[in-house]
Design a protein around this ligand. Structure first.
Ligand SMILES: [Fe+2]
Ligand SMILES: [Fe+2]
Length: 439
């Protein structure tokens, strides 16, 4: 029998004051693969034990001069606590046996003379007990070490997860920031495009902006999602971007006044508009609405002649808003809004989706609230000599070579009229001065 941890033979210490007993016990155990140490007294036994604390079994006689077996075992227990201990007693020495067990922590007592077979069996059991204790200690150590390692790994893992979570959070923040900046860039681009369209607009600026205002408000009343509303807003701002390539002369006319070839060119602008923004992936949904903003609900519009719900909802809304803004501008009176809304009602079910028309009423009234007052004014192009104090400049005034003299919004007085006339004498401009005057 060996210790489980290694192949070192188990060590047995026998203590007896009688040499012949030591000899016979040594002989008895000689066949086994044990390392047998002997001591002639308890004192010597302790000395040997202090140098061999991994001893597996101690067999001690009780009755010895000097240290008794019980006393020896009691002290031996401190030196080799895991060793199994057997005490040898005479038949009559029951008290010593009990002491040996209680004080000396003996595992068994064996009475002299012993039966060899019985003693060998007891020795084996005692050694097995020692081996089991050692194995148990070894396994406990392994489990404890594994637990420590696990704890260590756990805390490392936790730190790693926390670090990664922090990293992911940082990346998310960064992505969000980039996204916002991209969205802002896109919005800026849309505004810039929209500004370009307004430059070409024969009827004056802010048509796209007004169409967007009306469409967004109506879409909100129709209960559309924020994403859909955003797309409608973008499409409204850019709905006439396809007009950029169309000759000025055409843009100055109503569609009814155009020759049929002119109408054909004009009718291309929704498709050209969609194609123009198609390279920008984020604007493709808006591109579809742009394509269909001149479809009629009864299928008689252009470019595809779609009818009813085949026309995208956003395009049906933009179509009404576009008409309302054009009509209000064209009518130019304080009844312009009512006139436009009346026309919308007339067209309901033919040109426009009848269920959407009522949604446009209050947005239009809100948007053009100041328009009636605005309609009291008219823009005129005057020569420098016709300028009067109190008129308000409605477009930037520049000299012939392009030098800015007065900005839009400036109210004229005698002084700036005089300096303007002088500038026009030195560096005449071919265009007149645009001012707003009361009707
Ligand atoms: Fe259009
Ligand atoms: Fe338009």
């Amino acid at each position: 029998m060996n210790t489980a941890a290694n192949d070192i033979p188990l060590r047995i210490l026998i203590v007896d004051d009688e040499e012949n007993i030591l000899r016979s016990l040594r002989r008895l155990l000689a066949n086994e693969e044990f390392e047998v140490l002997t001591a002639i007294s308890g004192e010597e036994g302790l000395k040997i034990l202090s140098e061999n604390t991994d001893t597996a079994l101690i067999i001690s006689d009780q009755r010895m001069p000097g240290l008794s077996g019980v006393d020896f075992l009691e002290q031996a227990r401190k030196l080799a606590p895991d060793a199994s201990r057997i005490i040898l007693t005479g038949y009559a020495d029951v008290n010593a046996a009990i002491d040996g067990i209680n004080k000396g922590g003996a595992y068994r007592y064996v009475t002299k003379p012993w039966k060899d077979e019985e003693l060998t069996g007891i020795v084996h059991e005692a050694l097995l007990r020692f081996v089991l204790i050692k194995d148990n200690q070894r396994l406990t150590r392994i489990v404890r070490n594994r637990n420590e390692e696990l704890k260590e790994w756990n805390s490392r893992l936790k730190a790693l997860v926390e670090e990664q979570t922090r990293g992911i959070r940082r990346q998310n923040e960064e992505l969000k920031r980039l996204n916002e900046s991209l969205e802002n860039n896109l919005r800026d681009t849309i505004t810039a495009f929209s500004g370009l369209i307004e430059l070409r607009d024969a009827q004056g600026g802010s048509h796209s902006k007004n169409v967007a205002e009306l469409s967004v408000r109506a879409a909100r009343r129709a209960g559309l999602s924020e994403d859909e509303i955003q797309t409608i807003s973008t499409a409204s701002l850019l709905h006439d971007i396809g007009k950029i390539g169309i000759p000025d002369i055409l843009l100055a006319k109503d569609m009814d006044e155009m020759e049929s070839e002119e109408q054909a060119v004009y009718a291309q602008h929704p498709v050209r508009g969609q194609a123009a923004i198609d390279p920008i992936g984020a604007l493709r949904d808006a591109g579809v609405l742009i394509r269909h903003h001149h479809e009629w609900f009864n299928g008689r519009g252009f470019p595809d002649g779609l009818a009813g719900k085949k026309i995208p909802l956003g395009a049906r809304i933009i179509s009404i808003a576009d008409f309302v803004d054009r009509t209000v501008r064209g009518f130019r009176g304080d009844k312009a809004i009512e006139f436009a809304l009346k026309k919308v009602k007339e067209y309901a079910g033919e040109r426009f989706d009848g269920r959407l028309c009522p949604l446009m009423e209050s947005p239009a009234r809100e948007l053009y609230r100041g328009f009636a007052r605005e309609a009291e004014f008219v823009e005129m192009q005057l020569c420098p000599k016709d300028l009067r104090a109190g008129m308000v400049v409605s477009r930037d005034v520049r000299t012939g070579t392009g030098l800015l003299i007065l900005s839009v919004g400036v109210k004229l007085d005698e002084k700036n009229i005089k300096s303007l006339r002088r500038s026009y004498q030195i560096d005449p401009s071919r265009s007149g001065i645009f001012v707003r005057v009361r009707r």
